[in-house]
Structures are given as structure tokens and as C-alpha cells.
Design a protein around this ligand. Structure first.
Ligand code: AMP
Length: 182
């Protein structure tokens, strides 16, 4: 399967699945980590992943992409470029230089804070939030809250991988699209 558009969505998803490495007990005991570095390294699987995420994102007709640090950047920027729209980073605390909105959140392993520049999004604009993996949904939910605090609208969330057993989708009051569901 290559990124030539001829494969079915199921064939493309199976191909991606084969290029995601499962690492037990990382970063802490009991976590099965979905490692996308083999998928990124393989040109064909990278292209298929970006094709599927771009199709999913385009369906929400966004004005802008918001990517979540750090693996959301790896997928969010190329998707934004393919759609000829802009990219805005949601970052870990202390990284953004300008005035920020801050949002605390809980995640599958630990808790953290995310930040977004207060002037990064137009009021009323449509945003798609992108990350690599949706687990408990805490991270994506915090990113959505930050977008809303800027007065923008979350049209949808697009992730490469959804861990359905953790029910992250239920935490988000916006549509979620994931090419790969475990
Ligand atoms: P959550 O807030 O629980 O939805 O966690 C989502 C964030 O943590 C995403 O940014 C993921 O990159 C990362 N993450 C959580 N669980 C996993 C996992 N099992 N494999 C890979 N990344 C994960």
C-alpha cells in the first residue's frame, strides 16, 4: 500500500497500524505506548497518515489548525500546509513568549498545563485541533478550552490514533475523527 489513493480506507489503516510500534510500560508501568516514530520514518506510511488526517481535517472546513505540543506539531503543520491554511501551536508551560491563556488538565500519566497565545486565533474562526493520540481526552479537552477562550470555535478534533477504551471522545463536546481506532 502506497499513498497513491488506490487503497481503501481499511487497507490504508491496516498499513498504518503495521508501522506503529507498541511499547509496554512507557513512560510508566501499565501504559502501552503507541510509538509513531517508525510511521514517520517510512515515507509511504507518513504520506498515508497525512493523507488520512488531511481528508478528516478538510471535512470540518477549518480556517486554521491548532496543534498540541509536541507530536501534534509533527502532523498539524503538514496538514495545514496541504490545506493552505495556518498553524497555531498549543504549548507546554513557559515556552510561548507572548501573553498566554493557561489551562491545567489531567492526562493518562500525570497532569500538566497547556498554553496558547491570547492573540493567536480570530474570534469566530473555525479551528481543528490535531494531535497524534487521543487517550483519556484530557489534553485535547484542554486545547479545546484554550481555543474557546480566544473566542474561536472548535469545528472538530483530528487524531491519528484513538484509544477507544479510555473514552476520551466522551470528554470532548465536539466531533472527533481518528483514522486508527484501538
Ligand atoms: P490524554 O490527555 O490522556 O488523551 O493523552 C493524550 C496525550 O498523551 C497525547 O498528546 C498523546 O501523545 C499522549 N499519550 C497518551 N497516552 C498515550 C499512549 N498510550 N501512547 C502514545 N501517546 C500517548
Amino acid at each position: 500500500v502506497a499513498g497513491d489513493g488506490s487503497a481503501s480506507p481499511e487497507e490504508r489503516a491496516d498499513y498504518l497500524r503495521a508501522n506503529i510500534r507498541e511499547v509496554e510500560d512507557f513512560p510508566s508501568p501499565g501504559i502501552l505506548f503507541r510509538d509513531v516514530t517508525p510511521l514517520l520514518k517510512n515515507a509511504a506510511s507518513l504520506q498515508v497518515a497525512l493523507d488520512l488526517m488531511t481528508e478528516a481535517t478538510q471535512a470540518f472546513s477549518p480556517d486554521c489548525i491548532v496543534g498540541i505540543e509536541s507530536r501534534g506539531f509533527l502532523f498539524g503543520v503538514p496538514v495545514a500546509d496541504r490545506l493552505r491554511i495556518g498553524f497555531v501551536p498549543v504549548r507546554k508551560p513557559g515556552k510561548l513568549p507572548w501573553t498566554v491563556h493557561r489551562q491545567a488538565y489531567g492526562l493518562e500519566y500525570g497532569s500538566d498545563v497547556l498554553e496558547l497565545h491570547v492573540d493567536s486565533l480570530e474570534a469566530g474562526s473555525r479551528v481543528v485541533v490535531i494531535d497524534d493520540v487521543l487517550a483519556t481526552g484530557g489534553t485535547a479537552h484542554a486545547a479545546c478550552q484554550l481555543v474557546e477562550r480566544c473566542g474561536a470555535v472548535v469545528a472538530g478534533v483530528v487524531v491519528l490514533v484513538e484509544l477507544a477504551g479510555l473514552q476520551g471522545r466522551a470528554k470532548l463536546n465536539v466531533p472527533v475523527t481518528a483514522p486508527l481506532v484501538y
